[in-house]
Design a protein around this ligand. Structure first.
Ligand SMILES: O=C(O)C[C@H]1C=CC(=O)O1
Length: 96
């Protein structure tokens, strides 16, 4: 099951820089682990914002919820989730 997830990051302005850097470091490691295993299919920065648009490939809604809520930056992000389905004109076999 594919889902588009738009994530907006809102780190508190008074968060110490070392704490923010550490959160970003562990978030990056987790993200790249999920990308390597095929769960986090796409990751794009939204130009001009501390936000991304991502595509996740998961087995269930519950699996997506578990992944998103366990991200290190989850407490500091707002997320918008959109279910995706195959477009009839797509030429990509893995778009499902
Ligand atoms: O930077 C972001 O968009 C937030 C988050 C998503 C991947 C990652 O490494 O951090």
């Amino acid at each position: 099951m594919l889902f588009q997830v738009e994530m907006d990051v809102h780190l508190p302005h008074d968060m110490p820089a070392e704490r923010a850097d550490e959160l970003k470091r562990v978030e990056k490691a987790r993200c790249q682990q999920l990308m390597r295993d095929g769960t986090w299919r796409h990751l794009w920065r939204i130009a001009g914002r501390y936000a991304n648009v991502s595509v996740f490939d998961v087995t269930s809604h519950d699996a997506l919820h578990e992944i998103l809520t366990s991200l290190p930056l989850f407490p500091f992000m707002t997320m918008k989730v959109t279910a995706l389905c195959r477009h009839p004109s797509s030429i990509r076999d893995d778009d499902r």
